[in-house]
Design a protein around this ligand. Structure first.
Ligand SMILES: [Zn+2]
Length: 73
């Protein structure tokens, strides 16, 4: 459930659907819901998480290589 505010008349209501636009019950203006933005920000989030995990794996590998090199010397 999300709070929707009509851009035209300022009417606020709770939206419980899953569409990217909804219609204002007061003035019938098509209003975008926050859902279309959420889809994009979630995608960004998972890409960032994957980058962080890749960096952690690289750091792990470099540490292991460094410890092997220390033992050789
Ligand atoms: Zn309205």
């Amino acid at each position: 459930m999300v709070d929707i505010e009509c851009e035209k008349c300022g009417y606020e209501w709770d939206y419980t659907g899953e569409l990217m636009t909804t219609t204002c019950p007061r003035c019938n203006l098509k209003t975008p819901t926050p859902l279309d933005e959420e889809v994009e920000s979630n995608a960004d989030e998972s890409i960032r998480e994957r980058e962080v995990r890749a960096q952690e794996r690289t750091a792990d590998a470099l540490e292991r290589i460094a410890s092997v090199l220390e033992r050789v010397e």
